[in-house]
Every structure is written in structure tokens, then in C-alpha cells.
Design a protein around this ligand. Structure first.
Ligand SMILES: [Ca+2]
Ligand SMILES: [Ca+2]
Ligand SMILES: [Ca+2]
Length: 256
């Protein structure tokens, strides 16, 4: 079926999604919608066009899973505006919103995740639980796949943190997260420069929202897909997603 799309492109899901995924998933060329605060208050916009964000310097938020200390706007993310919709096991998809900011040494990410029960209780491959994936490349050297300063950081509803590089588990200190689970699952995350090496003025960034049941990662809704089936962007398994190729990340400019 087609999901209505305010930007007029239309994104195929459901029975045709498997075909779409093989072709690289849903991809949009329209500008990002304007971003808003979760409570409707005024906020500092962060959207800078497709796959590009600008994170202002802020006083560090308190990591408590409560967003009242965030002054930056949140970007909505669901199947209607995702850069990539990965239907893996079922056509059930998480949705949410996220924001980014920094304090010169740490990148802060706030994510509101809406997903269905059950949450899942897998302890190792926690992306099979209701979870988020934050993809970061500290120096965002474009045309470079995963290197020593790029990682996939997965955090689940129970605040478990597991990091991966091209699906291989890695040890990545310097990541802190607090999660509040209620009707939504709210994540507040701090990623230190010590985790991945010095941040360049622009870091590679992507965000995935995973619907899981503990047995399987049912789907992932991904904010941005930088290249779509282009040479060098596919993974060794012919997949076309940021978990297996850092060239797919978007970018966050760290404003002074
Ligand atoms: Ca907070
Ligand atoms: Ca679930
Ligand atoms: Ca890099």
C-alpha cells in the first residue's frame, strides 16, 4: 500500500516493502519538514535540509529521560518521512522524534520512541528489542565506510547499550544513556569525544528506530540514507543501510 505523504512523494510499505527494501528502501528528495518541540514551545531549529542538521552548543542536559531541559527542536521520524524504511520481519514500524545538541566535548541526543508491546528482553543483540540506533562518525570523512571512529550505538528500552561496527560487537566506553519508559520510550544520550576520537566540525550521524519483540528486529525506520544503491554504498550482503555502511550517514554540524 501507499502511505500518504505530505511532501507528495509517497512511500511504499506493506506487501511491496520487501521489493522496495531490495531496491534501497524509501528515499525522499524533498526538504525536511520544519522541526518542533515536543510540548509545542519555541525551540532552536536544527534541520538544515535533507540529511543535514545543525547542533547548537548548549548547557549539558541532565540525563534523566525528561526533555524539559532541551531547547532544540525535535525532528519527527516515521515511515512517512524516513530516508529508509527497513521492513525485516513484519510491516510494523516504530515512530518518534529526535533532537541533537552538544557542549564541545559531548554530543547529546534525545529520542522519543513509540513502539508496540512486547518490548523484548534480548541481552546481546538488543536491536531485537524496542530500541534506537545512533550512528556516529566522529570525522565524517565522506566516501569512507566504517573506520575506527565510526560506530552504531544501540540502546534499548531497558537502557542497555551495545555498540557495533558493521554488525561486529565492539567495546565503546564514553556513552551514557538514561531511558524513561511510559507510553513512549524517552532516551537521553551523551556520546563523549573519548568514545570515538575528536569530533570534527561536522560529524556523520544517523538515527534508527527499531520495532522488536526480543526474538527479531521486525523493522527499522531510519532518518537518512545518503546514497541509494550507488557504487560503494552497498554492504557485503547487498544491503543498503547505515548499520553496515557508514557512507549512508547524514551529517550534524556542531555549531560554535
Ligand atoms: Ca533531561
Ligand atoms: Ca515491540
Ligand atoms: Ca570516520
Amino acid at each position: 500500500m501507499m502511505v500518504a505523504d505530505a511532501r507528495g512523494a509517497g512511500c511504499q510499505t506493506g506487501l511491496t516493502a520487501a521489493v522496495v527494501v531490495l531496491l534501497g528502501g524509501c528515499k525522499y528528495t524533498a526538504p525536511e519538514p520544519s522541526d518542533t518541540a515536543p510540548d509545542g514551545s519555541s525551540c532552536t531549529p536544527i534541520s538544515k535540509g535533507l540529511g543535514r542538521l545543525a547542533a547548537p552548543t548548549v548547557d549539558p542536559p541532565i540525563l534523566d529521560g525528561v526533555f524539559d531541559d532541551w531547547t532544540t527542536c525535535f525532528v519527527a521520524l516515521d515511515t512517512t518521512n524516513a530516508g529508509l524504511v527497513r521492513e525485516l520481519e513484519e510491516a510494523r514500524f516504530a515512530s518518534g522524534a529526535f533532537s541533537v545538541a552538544h557542549d564541545g566535548s559531548r554530543l547529546f541526543v534525545a529520542v522519543r520512541l513509540t513502539a508496540e508491546q512486547p518490548r523484548g528482553n534480548e541481552l546481546s543483540d538488543i536491536y531485537r528489542n524496542d530500541s534506537i540506533a545512533i550512528y556516529v562518525d566522529a570525522d565524517r570523512v565522506s566516501n569512507t565506510d566504517y573506520d575506527g571512529n565510526a560506530a552504531q550505538i544501540v540502546i534499548d528500552h531497558a537502557a542497555r547499550i551495545r555498540s557495533f561496527r558493521k554488525t561486529v560487537p565492539i567495546t565503546l566506553p564514553g556513552v551514557d544513556a538514561v531511558v524513561q519508559e511510559a507510553a513512549t520510550i524517552d532516551f537521553e544520550v551523551a556520546i563523549s569525544q573519548s568514545a570515538l576520537g575528536p569530533f570534527a566540525s561536522t560529524v556523520g550521524f544517523d538515527l534508527g528506530l527499531s520495532e522488536g519483540d526480543g526474538q527479531d528486529q521486525l523493522s527499522e525506520v531510519v532518518w537518512h540514507q545518503e546514497c541509494d544503491g550507488q557504487s560503494g554504498c552497498l554492504c557485503s550482503n547487498d544491503d543498503d543501510a547505515p548499520y553496515c555502511n557508514a557512507k549512508q550517514f547524514g551529517a550534524v554540524e556542531l555549531l560554535p
